[in-house]
Design a protein around this ligand. Structure first.
Ligand SMILES: Nc1ncnc2c1ncn2[C@@H]1O[C@H](COP(=O)(O)OP(=O)(O)OP(=O)(O)O)[C@@H](O)[C@H]1O
Ligand SMILES: [Mg+2]
Length: 916
């Protein structure tokens, strides 16, 4: 018997924190640590999985492990991300519930790795087959592509996601994947032009330069040396343990699997090369007559050749800026600083638009027409605190606040409120609700102020924005600023004047206000987008549709902040419609190192994630909750005893349901099969009637036609009408046979007894002589008379007649050959019923063997044969041959016939033998 591991068997520490005794922050951290030290990185809080980044590869994701966790109950085996994936997949497949996997944690905690593990587990356990496998591969291989273009090395994580990703995997009713949709959230595009110390640009830049062949680099007009490119940071261009060249091959392969055509891949790399080349454009000032400086591109840059943009068009776009109002068009020159700004804005836009295009292109490959069930996997950029935090960090952290909010809503708030609503005795468990921070950022708060500033006429700077914040948010508990109207922070020297600080759920973050307005506006000078649209490069042209002069839109595009807010709101709505599964990732140390568990760091995360509160609610609450309607919907099929109340254990209900489902399936099968076969039978019956009526119709027609075409009744008439229909072939032959037999019978029925006798004899003759004797065919037409001598009439034969008392069957004159000398003598031959007489002229009968010839030999032999058979009941031994050798024996003085045998010997007739 299979021995199953119980959750409590051989468990290191406590696998489910709900069972932890006593429960305290200390015991919680100790339990995590103990398990972490024994490579147990997963721990449950009820159905929530807490995952600690091991920073080393563990042998716990093998195909054997997948099999181990496949179709097992959640608590049956030790905690694992596969158990959560299995639970989510099975409830999607078996209970038709759309699922979402919410993976949260700060940067470097292991969210992206967790999302890939979930996807690979689901891919391993769901259906197989060529088509399904291709879909799976495309879904899985979208990860390396997006990671190459959207991830980068940061000080917190060597493979940090610099964009938010939500992927809906779509399944059919059997649970086989059909495809998916990826949504991406605001890429940190500022990284394209500048990276903080110790960080890198997006991986793809380094991958191309390291992994492309010389030929490819030549085509892209690139050089392998990173130091040639201003946009690539040099101090940390290599990442430990990462081989960019190998990764480049992986990415190219993945692009191929996802469905990128070769020319598309080439275009994508050309855009990447163009971005690198943009970074190398330098400007010099050139004085103009009006005394202002105008920027000019210093050296010729290969970007124009690469992208097919006219050099003069690009140069002009970097020297002038055209402002268009309704009827006016004003052109101003750009100074060198503005030209650099424009260059960087173009590079950032080019890259981020390429990234969005990539996502759209992948979606095209994996899109599904019919949607049945969905599993969403959310992997966003984690909460982060850097030395210098800007607009990007603000957006990233806002997104994390929203996710924390959804977790609080669903696990802490709603459950407690439900117990109170249901009048269940309940002691409220305190927790920190970060709704207040979300409110500070989105509704009447920072993002709204930022948008207001961006849209306001007049001089708008980052400082005016900060001023505004200082007024509006001054009294907010989570907002801190030196210049706020609230005097609390007047003397806080750790807070520079150009910054504001937010107390996030995960810690305080100080944001440099510089760049907020600009990044929120996200404006690209129209001259630049028009220059890009003029590129002789279909991809670049497609990335800048607004550059088309025919489609000039003077309306201001929505700000980056409001766009992000709207897409996050949509995401939250989407997540709320699905059954959530949580993976809460924790970072054990700040060194990206294995085996180090920093109590303080973990404790901080446990606190802000609200994990302890989570355990408390789980311990005090019910193990299982379900809205009444869903419960009724699920179990109403069982029986009257389960409705409307069931007092037994819940799992029993599930077992009963399973059994009932099988019974119902059998019933449905039975009814279906009955219906199917009955329908088939009725159809066949109907068809049979139709076929039979047509058949009868044709048969009738056939017989009527045959009636008019019947051949003569002569048995030797060979005519027979042609077959009218192929399907009557055998009938037609049979009819011919029957008709022939019938007309033969008819013919025979006309015979008198005398004729019958003659024909019997003729038949006998045929059996004896047909095909044996050459003279036989000539005899067929001659009737057998028998009485050739008319002995009763001729007085000459009176004496003869008297000698033979019996009835004579043949009487004629034959030529007897004398055996002694071969001479021929005429004799009378009479064959009565019982004996055989041969009379010579003298009247004396010869004795012994004799030879004779006759004109009625066939008749004679036949009659002789018949007489002998009827008298003696023995067949006369007749030897038939066309030729005999005649021996005239002078010794004995007789003639003997003999036949020549194959060995050349002669054979002579024996006693009672007739040779003919
Ligand atoms: N389960 C795991 N097993 C082994 N190593 C892991 C695991 N999870 C994470 N790591 C290591 O930690 C690194 C960071 O993980 P990951 O990129 O998933 O973090 P993240 O939470 O997505 O961070 P960010 O928010 O910056 O994107 C990985 O590159 C990998 O080296
Ligand atoms: Mg990540």
């Amino acid at each position: 018997m299979e021995v199953k591991t119980s959750l409590l068997d051989n468990m290191i520490g406590v696998g489910d924190m709900v069972l932890l005794e006593p429960l305290s922050e200390e015991s919680f951290i100790n339990n995590l640590k103990k398990r972490f030290d024994h490579s147990e990185i997963y721990t449950y809080i009820g159905s929530v999985v807490v995952s600690i980044n091991p920073y080393r590869s563990l042998p716990i994701y093998s195909p054997e492990k997948v099999e181990e966790y496949r179709n097992r109950n959640f608590y049956e085996l030790s905690p694992h991300i596969f158990a959560l994936s299995d639970e989510a997949y099975r409830s999607l497949r078996d209970q038709d519930k759309d699922q979402c996997i919410l993976i949260t944690g700060e940067s470097g905690a292991g969210k992206t790795e967790a999302s890939k593990l979930v996807m690979s587990y689901v891919a391993a356990v769901c259906g197989k087959g060529a088509e399904v496998n291709q879909v799976k591969e495309q879904l899985l291989q979208s990860n390396p592509v997006l990671e190459a273009f959207g991830n980068a090395k940061t000080v917190r994580n060597d493979n940090s996601s610099r964009f938010g990703k939500y992927m809906d995997i779509e399944f059919d009713f059997k649970g086989d994947p059909l495809g998916g949709v990826i949504s991406n959230y605001l890429l940190e595009k500022s990284r394209v032009v500048k990276q903080p110390r110790g960080e890198r640009n997006f991986h793809i830049f380094y991958q191309i330069l390291s992994g492309a062949t010389e030929d490819m680099l030549n085509k892209l007009k690139l050089q392998r040396d990173f130091s040639r490119y201003n946009y690539l940071s040099l101090d940390s261009s290599r990442v430990n343990g990462v081989d960019d060249a190998v990764n480049f091959r992986t990415v190219r392969n993945a692009m191929q699997i996802v469905g990128f055509m070769d020319h598309e891949t080439q275009s994508i790399f050309e855009v990447i090369a163009a971005v690198l080349k943009l970074g190398n454009i330098e400007f010099k000032p050139e004085s103009r007559v009006n005394g202002l400086d105008e920027s000019k591109i210093k050296d010729k840059n290969e970007i124009c050749e690469l992208t097919g943009i006219d050099q003069s068009v690009l140069e002009r776009a970097f020297s002038f800026r055209t402002l268009e109002a309704k009827q006016e068009k004003v052109s101003t020159t750009l100074n060198v600083a503005q030209a650099y700004y424009a260059r960087d804005a173009l590079a950032k836009n080019l890259y981020s638009r390429l990234f969005s295009w990539l996502v759209t292109r992948i979606n095209e490959s994996i899109k599904v027409i019919f949607l049945y069930k969905v599993m969403g996997v959310l992997d966003i950029y984690g909460f982060e605190i850097f030395e210098d935090n800007s607009f990007e960090q603000f957006i990233i952290n806002y997104c994390n606040e929203k996710l924390q909010q959804i977790f609080i809503e669903l696990t802490l708030k709603e459950e407690q409120e439900e117990y109170i609503r249901e009048d269940i005795e309940w002691t409220h468990i305190e927790y920190f609700n970060n709704a207040i921070i979300c409110d500070l950022i989105e509704n009447t708060g920072i993002l709204a102020m930022l948008d207001e500033e961006c849209l306001r006429p007049g001089t708008v700077t980052d400082d005016t924005f900060l001023e505004k914040l200082n007024q509006v948010c001054a009294t907010h508990q989570h907002f801190e600023s030196r210049m706020s109207k609230c005097s609390r922070f007047l003397n806080d020297t750790s807070l520079p004047h150009s910054c504001f600080r937010i107390q996030h759920y995960a810690g305080k973050v100080m944001y440099q206000v510089e760049g907020f307005v600009d990044k929120n506006n996200d404006l690209l000078y129209r001259d630049l987008s028009q220059a890009m649209w003029k590129a002789n490069h279909s991809l670049i042209k497609a990335l800048f549709p607004e550059g088309n002069p025919a489609k000039i839109n003077l309306k201001r595009p929505p700000t980056a902040g409001s766009q992000f807010k709207a897409s996050v709101a949509t995401l939250m709505k989407n997540l709320q419609t699905k059954n959530p599964n949580y993976i809460r990732c924790i970072k054990p140390n700040d060194k990206k190192a294995a085996h180090i568990f920093s109590d303080a760091l973990v404790c901080h995360q446990v606190r802000y994630l609200g994990l302890l509160e989570n355990v408390r609610v789980r311990r005090a609450g019910y193990a299982f909750r379900q809205p009444y309607e869903l419960c009724l919907e699920r179990y109403k099929m069982l029986c009257k005893q389960t409705w409307p109340h069931w007092r037994g254990p819940l799992f029993k209900l599930e077992d009963l349901r399973k059994q009932r489902l099988e019974d119902l399936a059998t019933l449905i099968q039975k009814i279906y099969r009955g219906w199917k076969y009955r329908t088939r039978f009725l159809l066949m019956k109907k068809s049979q009637i139709v076929i039979a009526s047509w058949y009868r119709r044709y048969m009738q027609k056939y017989f009527l036609e045959m009636k008019s075409k019947m051949p003569s009744l002569s048995p030797i008439d060979k005519n027979w009408p042609a077959r009218p229909y192929l399907f009557l072939d055998s009938t037609h032959k049979e009819l011919k046979r029957i008709f022939h037999l019938w007309r033969c019978k008819k013919y025979r029925d006309q015979f008198t007894d005398q004729q019958k006798l003659i024909y019997e004899e003729k038949l006998e003759a045929s059996e004896l002589f047909k095909d044996k004797k050459a003279l036989y065919p000539a005899s067929v037409g001659q009737p057998f008379h028998g009485a050739y001598l008319e002995i009763s009439k001729n007085p000459k034969y009176k004496k003869l007649k008297d000698a033979v008392e019996e009835k004579i069957i043949i009487a004629e004159v034959v030529n007897k050959i004398n055996r002694a000398n071969g001479k021929v003598i005429k004799c009378h031959c009479l064959i009565p019923k019982v004996s055989f007489f041969l009379f010579q002229g003298s009247g004396a009968a010869g004795k012994g063997d004799f030879l004779f010839s006759s004109d009625h030999l066939i008749e004679m032999a036949t009659k002789l044969y018949r007489t002998t058979l009827s008298q003696t009941k023995q067949k006369l031994n007749i030897e038939i041959s066309d030729e005999y050798a005649i021996f005239l024996s002078f010794l004995k003085g007789c003639v003997l016939p003999c036949s020549r045998l194959s060995d050349g010997k002669n054979c002579f007739p024996g006693p009672s033998q007739v040779w003919l």
